[in-house]
Design a protein around this ligand. Structure first.
Ligand code: SAM
Length: 280
């Protein structure tokens, strides 16, 4: 029997109270892949560089648990955020476990909407972010164009739209990477890659020292878009300038979290991730 297109998370073995059965997949995800304070600081810096003013309002498309929205409003008094996601249980988790515990002054500066990012729900903002590659859920050119048009329409006149992007030959194939995090292993699985369409399926799993695991904790059915395709679509959607950023490296050739717009060709790498910044 073939695997369902969107498998649901499964704990193995099911018996007893294994470490996997007691774990919370959103908490594990947060510990493994999210760095909301760093991301909020990067968005603020990219905006300030272009617009010479502080961005105050953020729209977090595909917000999930909205921890980036939370970090954003905590990064400066008066900052506001609006988070958009289709999945109500995930929004509820973020609200109950992260946003409400931060206190009413912080919570009242965040709006969460269960909505499609295509629908243009919520107020216009200074910065819209679509991070962790979530926009790759749109696999047809017309759908990505519609998303970019919607994102543009929800920006103020000097608004900026920021996406992240991954690539490199290591991302175009089947691969499993394990990384030790606090008391468990984070497993990134690239399950399939079609070189003709760039259809790309991947999953996140978690493994525990008692041998238990959460399979398909998160599953993604994406198209791996390339940087020039996205740049062209952003221009087609009406953005006035598109900046393809690249990460600076330290003496050992490792990325140092600082991004710039190269004026010359950059070196290819087995795997990389970066930002694309589009001005309204
Ligand atoms: C990869 S998670 C991203 C979570 C978070 N943004 C992060 O940085 O880790 C993708 C999220 O996108 C949401 N999603 C997928 N399609 C969507 C759409 N069309 N509109 C709104 N949310 C969507 C899913 O419900 C899921 O929570």
């Amino acid at each position: 029997m073939s695997k369902p297109a969107h498998p649901t998370p499964r704990v193995r073995p099911r018996r007893g109270k294994s470490m996997a059965a007691k774990a919370d997949r959103h908490e594990l995800y947060e510990l493994s892949v999210q760095a909301p304070e760093t991301d909020a600081a990067t968005l603020a810096k990219l905006y300030k560089k272009l617009r010479k003013r502080h961005a105050m309002s953020l729209r977090e498309d595909f917000c999930g648990t909205a921890v980036l929205s939370l970090a954003w409003v905590q990064s400066k008094p008066g900052r506001t955020a609006v988070g958009i996601d289709l999945d109500q249980p995930t929004l509820d988790w973020g609200l109950a476990k992260r946003i409400e515990p931060a206190g009413p002054e912080v919570a009242q500066r965040i709006e969460l909407h269960r909505a499609n990012v295509l629908d243009g729900v919520g107020p216009k903002v200074d910065v819209t972010a679509a991070l962790n590659f979530s926009y790759m859920v749109f696999q047809q050119r017309k759908d990505m164009l519609a998303y970019f048009q919607a994102a543009r329409s929800m920006l103020v006149d000097d608004g900026v739209f920021i996406l992240d992007l991954l690539g490199g030959w290591g991302s175009m194939g089947e691969e499993t990477n394990r990384r030790r995090v606090k008391g468990f292993k984070y497993v990134w699985q690239q399950r399939s890659f079609d070189p003709l369409t760039h259809h790309f399926t991947c999953a996140i799993e978690f493994e525990f020292p008692d041998g238990s695991r959460i399979e398909d904790a998160f599953f993604y059915d994406w198209r791996l878009w390339t940087s020039p395709e996205l740049r062209d679509l952003l221009y087609d959607a009406g953005f006035s300038k598109v900046h393809l950023m690249w990460e600076r490296t330290d003496e050992d050739g490792e990325g140092n979290g600082k991004f710039y717009e190269p004026t010359e060709e950059v070196d290819n790498d087995e795997s990389w991730w970066t930002f694309i910044v589009a001005e309204k």
